[in-house]
Ligand binder design. Structure first.
Ligand code: IPE
Ligand code: IPE
Ligand code: MG
Length: 252
């Protein structure tokens, strides 16, 4: 039993956690191995993170798995990542079903190789009756892509006369993002000591709490996730208000 788990208040969990899984390449290089070895080893970290979030009762977990910029990596690495997705959906199916997980994707999945698209489709279908956590894989995803697509949709609807351009508001844009069915992430974790969003949830992260872990992703385990949640629960989320106002609201 983890020492950290009992410190988590399960009544105050983040509804949606986003994870920027980073450091696979550096971890492998540090072991004198090729970068793809790091990607393969990362499957265990994915499993630990998915299981711990599902067990805690987190509603939504988004894993940033492949950005629109990641196409610029060597072809061999991109190919290995795409194949790894196919293999991992197969190898983790039982874990997802056992945990009541429903698989979903965000991103321009039409741009993924056919075998990857088919494996994702199968995974989504096979887990569709899951009544627990929604696991969202961000694939060929970027925040700018998401916002640009939403704006394009708004433009089309305005042109078709279904929407009035003069009254467009934040909700109109939010509801056209790929995440329209999910709450905004309250906690965003990035591993490997890097402090940037790398084009992840640009719009959705407006009020997210950030947690940066020095751990390289292939070494990330349940206790690292628990530590992030505990840190999140110790923060005061003010949403523009003052600390005094928040205290008055809880002790009127
Ligand atoms: C994260 O690890 C995996 C993906 C971005 C697909 P990296 O492959 O970015 O590892 P580093 O950052 O090079 O160490
Ligand atoms: C961010 O990691 C993308 C994913 C985790 C999928 P990168 O390793 O690609 O980010 P940069 O290029 O270092 O910012
Ligand atoms: Mg990286």
């Amino acid at each position: 039993m983890s020492d950290l788990l009992p410190q988590i208040d399960t009544q105050r969990l983040p509804h949606h956690i986003g994870v920027i899984m980073d450091g696979n390449g550096r971890w492998a290089t540090g072991q004198g191995k090729p970068r793809v070895f790091g990607h393969h080893s990362a499957v265990e970290s994915v499993r630990a993170t998915v299981e711990s979030c599902a067990e805690l009762g987190v509603g939504y977990l988004t894993l940033y798995a492949f950005s629109t910029e990641n196409w610029d990596r060597p072809e061999l690495e991109v190919g290995a990542l795409m194949q790894l997705l196919v293999d991992t959906i197969g190898s983790e199916m039982k874990m997802m079903l056992d945990n009541g997980i429903r698989l979903a994707t965000i991103g321009d999945t039409a741009g993924l190789p056919q075998a990857t698209r088919e494996a994702l489709q199968l995974g989504i279908e096979q887990t569709s009756s899951g009544d627990g956590m929604t696991l969202i894989l961000a694939l060929n995803y970027s925040g700018k892509w998401d916002i640009a697509r939403a704006v394009r949709r708004l433009g089309q609807e305005v042109a078709a006369g279904r929407l009035d351009a003069d009254t467009l508001d934040e909700a109109d844009l939010s509801t056209r993002l790929s995440t329209h069915a999910y709450p905004d992430p309250e906690l965003i974790i990035r591993t490997s000591g890097e402090h940037r969003l790398s084009n992840f949830f640009l719009w959705q992260a407006a009020y997210a709490e950030f947690y940066f872990s020095p751990v390289l992703w292939p070494e990330f385990r349940k206790d690292d996730l628990y530590a992030a949640v505990i840190d999140f629960q110790q923060r005061e989320r003010r949403f523009g208000k003052t600390s005094e106002q928040l205290k008055q609201a809880t002790n009127p």
